[in-house]
Design a protein. Structure first.
Length: 394
């Protein structure tokens, strides 16, 4: 007679960043006994955002957890438990004198006069204001290159700012020198770090379809489908007006995008039924996508529901709205579209920017055979009794 065994429920343990703190999060199907145990441990809290119970991450709390659930649950430890989570250093409140505040205001006015974009001006303002705060009471006329170097070492590095952000900082300081030439900063000696040559994350065509299918909300699905099918930047999507979508001619006109350029993009035929369904259901007035009171939709809202859709579609990669644009460009290249047309569709000023997609396209790479495959084929040709595989099972 076989002995019957009861399968214990599973609890998944993860390390997460919640409200800028490293937390130990537990994921399990609803279980009243488990909830009562966690409440008795007193340090655990329920998070609607995480959809889990959580506490401070520590080896002691993991051990306490295993002791409390002994013989009641089986634990699955996520790989995140062994990874380091970077917590952002909180930004200090800036302390800037009234005189220096006025200089910064005039600098912003100078940038507006040079017709820089709103987003660029905002970025440059942030960096220059942080630099002024770092310099404290030192007169602006005495600012020098060493001050910039120390600011990067003392502020940028601890905050774990990216290489691209550091390049933007140098650009902002160079412009400030042009605006305020009396300071001792030598523009010619300001050097930007080399760009990081990081390949973009790309989803497969199958993953794109899975992502859209798992996005149940009609408005959310229309947003993701529009970004991917037209290769839009998130700022372009948020600024896209209904009047710029021409269904009859199957065209989308993107106006005043990056670099103050307009361009025309093909409206995907397969997207039109979804587009009409969305417009009839939500009745946006001015923009393709709008908030509750007809204002522009927020980028963070899109990022938030995209993360949820990726979880539902079981996509493990780190996906952002720009990942859909990268995927659009890569899939065009794999479909045999010339790079010059892709450059035009993406709105790139330089062909070098578009060239990055040649490194992630699998069209030509799949034609290259690995030396391992060739070695096994060679052995098979000489002796047909040698199997062309490394495992007997697969």
């Amino acid at each position: 007679m076989k002995k019957t065994t009861t399968k214990l429920p599973t609890i998944l343990i993860k390390k997460v960043n919640h409200k800028n703190e490293v937390r130990l999060a537990l994921f399990f199907k609803f279980n009243r006994l488990f909830i009562d145990i966690l409440k008795n441990l007193s340090t655990y809290k329920w998070s609607m955002t995480l959809k889990s119970w959580h506490t401070e991450f520590s080896p002691e709390n993991i051990q306490q957890l295993k002791n409390a659930f002994a013989d009641k649950a089986v634990f699955t430890v996520d790989a995140s438990v062994y990874n380091t989570i970077n917590i952002k250093v909180p930004r200090e409140n800036r302390v800037i004198s009234d005189e220096n505040k006025n200089i910064i205001r005039l600098f912003i006015k100078y940038l507006n006069g040079k017709r820089y974009s709103e987003s660029t001006i905002k970025t440059y303002f942030t960096f220059v204001a942080d630099f002024f705060h770092y310099m404290k009471d030192k007169p602006v006329i005495d600012f020098n290159n060493k001050d910039v170097e120390l600011f990067i070492e003392d502020v940028f590095v601890p905050r774990k700012m990216s290489i691209s952000s550091q390049r933007q900082l140098i650009s902002a300081i160079k412009l400030f020198k042009a605006f305020y030439p009396e300071c001792k900063i030598e523009e010619i000696k300001l050097t930007r770090p080399k760009k990081s040559k990081i390949l973009p994350t790309v989803l497969s065509k199958e993953q794109i379809i899975d992502l859209l299918r798992c996005t149940k909300n009609l408005k959310h699905r229309a947003i993701l489908a529009m970004i991917y099918s037209a290769g839009l930047r998130i700022s372009e999507l948020l600024n896209l007006k209904l009047e710029d979508i021409d269904i009859d001619r199957r065209q989308i006109i993107v106006k005043n995008s990056k670099g103050r350029r307009d361009r025309v993009i093909i409206l995907a035929e397969s997207f039109i039924p979804l587009l009409l369904n969305y417009v009839n259901s939500y009745a946006p007035k001015t923009y393709f996508v709008e908030g509750p009171t007809e204002e522009k939709y927020s980028a963070e809202s899109i990022r938030a529901f995209l993360r949820k859709s990726c979880i539902a579609a079981n996509i493990k990669k780190r996906v952002t709205p720009h990942t859909l644009r990268h995927s659009y460009a890569t899939h065009l290249l794999e479909n045999g579209i010339d790079l010059r047309y892709i450059q035009e569709l993406l709105g790139h000023a330089k062909p070098e920017t578009t060239m990055i997609y040649t490194h992630v396209s699998k069209k030509d790479l799949l034609k290259i055979e690995s030396p391992l495959d060739l070695a096994l084929k060679g052995m098979t040709d000489q002796n047909n009794t040698i199997p062309r595989r490394l495992s007997d099972n697969y």
